[in-house]
Design a protein around this ligand. Sequence first.
Ligand code: SF4
Ligand code: F3S
Ligand code: ZN
Length: 103
Amino acid sequence: AIDPEFETSRDVVEQHEGHDVWGPVEEPETLGIHGTHVAVDFDICLADGACLEDCPVDVFEWVDTPDHPESEIKADPAHEDQCIDCMLCVDVCPVDAIDVDPG
Ligand code: SF4
Ligand code: F3S
Ligand code: ZN
């Protein structure tokens, strides 16, 4: 599961589509955590898709991650600023790849 303490255990190493990426990043097999308020551990996400289907405000968009060992697409929190803290994505992700920090 995603480390809920990632903001202290990791460092921001780059930006992607306007959000932070928390390292380490070593493409293509290590991709880090995308987002901060809505954070997705790309190294755990296996492209189940429940988060994209269930988010009421369409926070997530697919991004291509060729040659990543878990999956070749990931749910990117492209619109994390629109999150309404419903926590649905956290509940439905089968591998607990998502952390949402209300408030
Ligand atoms: Fe979408 Fe709710 Fe998850 Fe926020 S907590 S990203 S609104 S499903
Ligand atoms: Fe990935 Fe979990 Fe969404 S596996 S696509 S973050 S439901
Ligand atoms: Zn991203």
